[in-house]
Design a protein around this ligand. Structure first.
Ligand code: AP5
Length: 228
């Protein structure tokens, strides 16, 4: 656990997305971030950036992520504590991929201070396993701006070029079949227990993610309207 974390509070609740790999957390978090004008904090993207920039964090995370394993809790808590302390998070933030273990959830609450449990809304996005596999195998990703597409569900407009910045899209290394198996196993063993950890929380909402992205998004909007 991170030592002596600064306490952070915002006037609006933070938003946490829980769900297995491929559930659509990133897709929905990005849309909410655009609409609500809040920062989307994707720990997966931050770690991939750290790997690309060959930072000390990237050097530790790289070999673990390549095999589909989770990065240690203390590194993630330090990363999030620093990120949420920044000025752009003062009105709220959207967490995509954190917390992912009970240890991270506890570290996060400690960081938020005494009122931590009221400081966020949790969306638990559920999607059947066969659909997760279809989504992950068809996902294509922009290594420059990190936009996400799908070869069938959400294809880019031109060949395999990013609609936003024109960069050639690629398949994420961890979307290859053997790595996906490990990621799903880690989800079951280490992240799924967060559902029972949070389900007593007054702002915990399970969302059926096996519907068109627009439908899922309007549900999320409706819930957020009611809690703000
Ligand atoms: P991360 O990048 O966070 O991956 P993930 O959680 O496994 O989630 P994904 O990005 O795979 O899926 P998603 O739910 O965001 O789905 P998406 O919207 O892209 O983490 C990667 C790695 O980093 C981890 O394995 C771990 O090693 C490390 N890491 C990160 N955070 C960590 C932490 N806190 N602790 C420890 N380690 C950590 O959608 C998927 C596809 O489906 C896309 O192609 C999309 O277009 C399509 N799609 C989306 N919604 C729909 C829909 N409604 N209908 C049809 N298709 C859809």
């Amino acid at each position: 656990m991170a030592a002596a974390s600064p306490r952070v509070s915002t006037p609006y609740p933070g938003i946490i997305f829980l769900g297995p790999p491929g559930a659509g957390k990133g897709t929905q978090a990005a849309r909410l971030a655009d609409t609500l004008k809040l920062p989307r904090i994707s720990t997966g993207d931050m770690l991939r950036d750290a790997i690309a920039s060959e930072t000390p964090l990237g050097k530790q995370a790289g070999p673990l992520m390549e095999k589909g394993g989770l990065v240690p809790d203390d590194l993630l808590i330090t990363l999030i504590t620093e990120r949420i302390s920044r000025q752009d998070c003062r009105d709220g933030y959207i967490l995509d991929g954190f917390p992912r273990t009970i240890g991270q959830a506890k570290g996060f609450e400690e960081m938020l201070g005494g009122n931590g449990a009221n400081a966020f809304v949790v969306f638990n996005v559920e999607v059947p396993r066969e659909e997760l596999l279809r989504r992950l195998s068809g996902r294509r990703w922009c290594p420059k701006c990190q936009a996400t597409f799908h070869v069938i569900n959400n294809p880019p407009k031109h060949d395999l070029k990013c609609d936003r910045c024109g960069t050639q899209l690629i398949q994420r290394e961890d979307d290859k079949e053997t790595v996906v198996t490990r990621r799903l196993r880690d989800y079951d063993e280490r992240t799924a227990p967060l559902i029972s950890y949070y389900d007593h929380h007054s702002r915990f909402h399970t969302i059926n993610g096996y519907r068109p992205a627009d439908t899922v998004f309007s549900d999320l909007r409706g819930i957020l309207e009611a809690v703000r």
